[in-house]
Ligand binder design. Structure first.
Ligand SMILES: [Zn+2]
Length: 65
């Protein structure tokens, strides 16, 4: 009965093929500095992966010659 409220979880992501919103990802994999979401569209059976990369500081290091 307890509602699982994961605030960081993306929801209603539109399907990459037919555009129908998918309520929640089928599979979530947490990696280093990134989270992979596997979306499974029930409307057209299309599956695709979306990766969220979160880096607190994105430092662009110029290549030293
Ligand atoms: Zn779809």
């Amino acid at each position: 009965m307890a509602r699982q409220d994961s605030g960081s979880l993306p929801r209603e992501n539109p399907c990459a093929q037919c555009g129908k919103p998918i309520s929640r990802p089928d599979w979530v994999e947490h990696g280093e500095g990134r989270t992979s979401y596997l979306w499974n569209c029930r409307a057209c059976n299309y599956r695709f992966e979306a990766i969220a990369i979160y880096e607190p500081e994105q430092v662009i290091t110029p290549l030293a010659a």
